[in-house]
Design a binder for this molecule. Structure first.
Ligand code: NAD
Length: 260
């Protein structure tokens, strides 16, 4: 759809050794961006993944280990990247439990990884973007940044929080050729979702197909999962000239979930 219009730009994508982050990394690289991939692990596969993306797309790709639950490591990630024209705050985890039983350490981890990490990375990236005279911040929120579900207190709070942070970042950078927006995916079949299927099969005594159709996609009117490629395409669009005046808003890619 787009030419290699991101050649010469560097994109840092947090939590990008799997799922949506990896899908976004592929599409940004396809549009010509050099990449910094990240996760909290430092495995040979992480570095091999970087090499394989570099070969596939003909761009520079580095893998930098940093734990997004740790503010100092979030800041160090952007500093080590050296350049950050495009920042995709994607790292995220989930935990499901009623509020009285919700483990405090899970609450703290979800708020740290899904929300505070974006504050820390943005704080270091914005001066770099201002120096470069151009920048894009793309926050990966969720349909749960706009609506709620029972038993997902920390996740829903963090995702609503990142939608708020998106608006503030947009206001603080308005008129500086820097934009900040949030993508709000519905259900996307990635490891975070795949892991929930066996538990749901047990809880509801249902087949895999029924869990997907009657539990997971019950709130997604299209009845279909969104894909990581669609998230990547949306991120690329937000980095394109067509999106120069789109800032401080959310784009739902949720098969109609938030229209209900
Ligand atoms: P995923 O589990 O495949 O990917 C999560 C990524 O975050 C992985 O690369 C993982 O290594 C990384 N990560 C986790 N903890 C980290 C930490 N402490 N430090 C650094 N990296 C860490 O899940 P996904 O579905 O690709 O989720 C990506 C984002 O999309 C998350 O923010 C999630 O909330 C959001 N999202 C997902 C869906 C969905 O249906 N899959 C829907 C809405 C929003």
């Amino acid at each position: 759809m787009f030419q290699k219009f991101l050649s010469g730009k560097t994109a840092v994508v947090t939590g990008s050794n799997s799922g949506i982050g990896l899908g976004i990394a592929h599409e940004l690289a396809r549009a010509g961006a050099d990449l910094v991939l990240n996760s909290f692990t430092d495995a040979p596969e992480d570095h091999a993944l970087a090499e394989s993306l570099a070969r596939e797309h003909g761009v520079k790709v580095r893998y930098i280990q940093a734990d997004m639950s740790n503010g100092e490591q979030c800041r160090a990630l952007i500093e080590q990247a050296g350049a950050c024209d495009i920042l995709v705050n994607n790292a995220g985890i989930q935990h499901v439990a009623p509020i009285p039983d919700f483990p405090v350490e899970k609450w703290n981890a979800i708020i740290a990884i899904n929300l505070s990490s974006a504050f820390h990375t943005t704080a270091v990236a914005l001066p770099m973007m201002r120096k470069a005279g151009w920048g894009r911040v793309v926050n990966i929120a969720s349909a749960h940044g706009l609506t709620a579900s029972a038993f997902k207190s920390a996740y829903v709070a963090a995702k609503h929080g990142i939608v708020g942070l998106t608006k503030v970042t947009a206001l603080e950078t308005a008129g500086e050729a820097i934009t900040c927006n949030a993508i709000c995916p519905g259900y996307v079949l990635t490891p975070i979702v795949e892991k929930q299927i066996p538990d749901q099969m047990k809880t509801h005594n249902m087949s895999r197909e029924d869990v997907i159709a009657k539990v997971m996609l019950q709130r997604q009117p299209s009845g279909e999962f969104a894909t990581v490629e669609q998230m990547g395409g949306t991120a690329v669009f937000l980095c394109s000239p067509a999106a120069d005046q789109i800032t401080g808003t959310t784009i739902s890619v949720d098969g109609g979930w938030t229209a209900l």
